[in-house]
Design a protein around this ligand. Structure first.
Ligand SMILES: [Zn+2]
Length: 346
């Protein structure tokens, strides 16, 4: 057997830009391993890449999918530490390791960084090839589907709250858009860090699930002024940190919801990329805007450790076979999900 089934993005466009095809099984090169993919979660990035090259050029045709969990299937030359049969998850960033940012331990700013499933083929296929240095052990208590639900959202939320946001015990945090994967991780990570957690969401059902993950109070943004809600819940003070991956539609409110000296940590802009800012509120109240993008291998390792201990729970909304990749994109775009949409490849 020399071919495999893969979901191949042929061009930018609608759902029919993705085709299920038979393609050659990839061979691992130097320092690489081949994985038999068992599960691959979808992300907004997959939808964004399909719709158009708004994050820069991607090579087409492309096998997407950066949230990979699988079993080591073949070893390339000059790699060590892993064996055929090991169950692993994949750190999805490829960084140069040599630039000033990589050398000072901030690979997420590496100007040469690439993403598995965006710039090179990813895990929406029966097999994929990745660098061995990108592997981490799968938390043994999790299924393949559960583990695939973690890498991108867990490392992103960890990087936002802990690495960039420097969240401390006792602080108050607002997580926007509970229901999305990054928010469902953010609520849990903030609570585990000892913070008091507030969240916004769009329905009573999502509010109940956000509360179950650890949000003390959840505001339905369709029904109420959530900035007012946050200010009332904090005695007029506001929160110390807002995790905002919504973007242009929420930045103004996020800044208003901050306490004096508070931090807005943005990562993502699917609601838009611009808004009007009253600069005075930033310097009068000494607000800080701390951009965050992706996460480091260490961020992911820290999150997986908590998952191994049963303290950080994967949040899976829907599991689909590879043949229903189009339905996966449809569900993501509809935005009714809570947690991850995961493609399982048994
Ligand atoms: Zn670099």
């Amino acid at each position: 057997m020399s071919t495999m089934t893969a979901a191949v993005l042929q061009r930018h466009g609608d759902l029919d830009a993705i085709a299920l095809q038979q393609v050659p099984i990839p061979q691992p090169g130097r320092g690489e391993v081949r994985l038999r993919v068992r599960a691959c979660a979808l992300n907004w990035l997959d939808v964004g890449i399909r719709q158009g090259p708004k994050f820069g050029a991607v090579p087409l045709p492309l096998i997407g999918g950066g949230d990979i969990c699988g079993v080591v299937d073949a070893l390339g030359d000059e790699m060590s530490g892993w064996q055929v049969g090991d169950e692993v998850v994949v750190y999805p960033l490829l960084t140069c390791g040599e630039c000033e940012y990589c050398r000072r331990g901030e690979p997420t700013i590496c100007p040469h960084h690439r993403i598995i499933g965006e710039h090179v083929n990813g895990g929406l296929a029966e097999y994929t090839v990745v660098p061995a240095r990108n592997l981490l052990g799968k938390p043994s208590r999790l299924t393949f589907v559960e583990a695939a639900a973690l890498p991108v959202v867990a490392m992103t939320a960890w990087h936002m709250l802990i690495t960039v946001g420097q969240l401390r015990a006792g602080e108050r945090v607002l997580i926007l858009g509970a229901g999305g994967g990054v928010a469902s991780m953010g609520i849990q990570i903030a609570r585990l860090a000892g913070a008091q957690v507030f969240a916004t969401t769009s329905s009573p059902e999502k509010a109940a699930r956000a509360a179950a993950l650890g949000a003390q109070q959840v505001f339905n943004y369709r029904e109420q002024d959530w900035v007012q809600g946050v200010l009332e819940a904090t005695g007029g003070r506001g929160v110390d940190l807002v995790q905002d991956n919504v973007g242009g539609a929420t930045w103004a409110q996020s800044l208003r919801a901050l306490a004096r000296g508070g931090r807005l940590v943005p990562c993502g802009s699917h609601s838009g990329t611009t808004f009007t800012l009253d600069i005075t509120q930033v310097y009068h109240r000494q607000l800080r805007i701390l951009g965050s993008n992706g996460g480091t291998y260490q961020d992911l390792a820290a999150a997986l450790k908590l998952a191994e201990e049963g303290r950080l729970l994967p949040v899976v909304d829907t599991v689909l076979p590879l043949s229903e990749i189009h339905q996966g994109h449809r569900l993501l775009e509809a935005g009714q999900h809570f947690g991850k949409i995961v493609i399982e490849i048994p």
